[in-house]
Design a protein. Structure first.
Length: 117
């Protein structure tokens, strides 16, 4: 079975808040399978970013929606790229800015606009 970023997110960052029997089924389910679809997923998110950018450049009637798609694409791209190519598990909203020399090259202000959309 193919591993995926969401399974890794749960495995790395989930915390049991409450269970009647104190049974933490996520922790007991073990480590997710290796995430091997990263290249395909990165290409998918790159295409989503290109589509959102093109829509904005063509005066989209929904620029806020397009900015939200750009944010989603960059964040998910950074998460997938980090796991596959850097062995970094960063699921934060700011993951595109936290890839070292591979970080998204936009100003903090521009990124916050995308993030708020």
């Amino acid at each position: 079975m193919q591993g995926n970023p969401f399974a890794w997110h749960l495995a790395k960052e989930s915390r049991l808040l409450f269970a009647d029997d104190n049974h933490d089924f996520l922790k007991e389910s073990g480590t997710p399978n290796a995430y091997q679809n990263g290249k395909v997923d990165c290409q998918k998110f790159r295409r989503l970013l290109a589509q959102a950018t093109m829509s904005i450049e063509r005066d989209s009637p929904s620029p806020v929606f397009e900015l939200s798609m750009a944010f989603l694409a960059t964040r998910n791209f950074a998460t997938c790229y980090g796991i596959v190519y850097m062995n970094v598990f960063d699921f934060s909203r700011t993951s595109p800015l936290r890839l070292g020399e591979k970080a998204l090259g936009v100003s903090g202000d521009a990124f916050r606009i995308m993030e708020r959309s």
